[in-house]
Write a protein that binds this ligand. Structure first.
Ligand SMILES: C[S@@+](CC[C@H](N)C(=O)[O-])C[C@H]1O[C@@H](n2cnc3c(N)ncnc32)[C@H](O)[C@@H]1O
Length: 209
């Protein structure tokens, strides 16, 4: 098969990498949720040779991801089957970083809750959680183009929606993460990062689902 291609990934990979190189500077094993085409994985792994980049997604994306990995760096690893709601996540403490781009507005809200609950259980102390995508603040869109995008999402799947930063941050906090940074990114996107404090590894208070 031909490699799947996302123009959006080509456009956003350089600014995302600039943030991740700092956020993951001390990370050794990063789990990516919803790797999509696999383009981000090979690019980020090639430019962060100090870490292992574990891809994952629903099985229908695996052949495409493997096509990219075939020409990619050795530290980008073959995909795990990981539906955040349906599959068993890697064992607690297996990863010290987690990245996901453009997934929270695609999956339904119950899956977003599962994402943060399981991320809190999977990631060890001092782990970094980074999420890239569009977010609303104070119940408002940050741009007209995001408002149009949200309408388009709703027409395609009523369960999809641009998420409120405050609601997502609440889930992260309930899973033991502290907000570290909210990076403004091109094209009205954000890159949110959280850290799991060393003394909060067993402080998971989230009891959703
Ligand atoms: C818009 S694509 C983004 C792909 C890639 N991260 C990117 O930025 O181009 C959304 C991704 O989320 C994945 N996804 C949707 N629901 C999911 C779920 N419940 N668990 C894991 N991944 C999911 C899809 O399979 C898809 O790869």
């Amino acid at each position: 098969m031909d490699k799947p291609f996302s123009q959006a990934c080509e456009n956003n990979k350089t600014p995302i990498l600039a943030v991740l190189q700092d956020e993951f500077s001390a990370s050794r094993k990063v789990l990516e949720i919803g790797s999509g085409t696999g383009q981000h994985a090979v690019y980020f792994a090639a430019h962060m040779p100090w870490l292992e980049w574990q891809t994952s997604d629903l099985p229908m994306h695996h052949d495409g991801i493997l096509c990219w990995l075939a020409d990619g760096p050795a530290n980008a690893v073959a995909p795990l089957s990981l539906d955040v709601s349906a599959d068993v996540w890697p064992a607690p403490g297996s990863f010290d970083g987690l990245f996901s781009a453009n997934t929270l507005h695609i999956m339904g809200w119950p899956a977003v809750e599962d994402f943060f609950r399981s991320a809190g259980l999977c990631l060890g102390p001092e782990a970094i959680l980074c999420v890239y995508g569009p977010f609303n603040y104070g119940g408002r869109y940050t741009s007209d183009s995001n408002a149009r995008f949200d309408q388009w999402l709703a027409g395609r799947d009523p369960a999809s929606a641009i998420r409120d930063f405050e609601a997502v941050n609440e889930l992260a906090q309930a899973s033991g993460f502290h907000l570290r940074a909210d990076h403004t990114m091109p094209a009205n996107n954000r890159l949110l990062s959280w850290v799991k404090p060393a003394d909060k590894n067993d402080g998971n208070s989230y009891v959703g689902k």
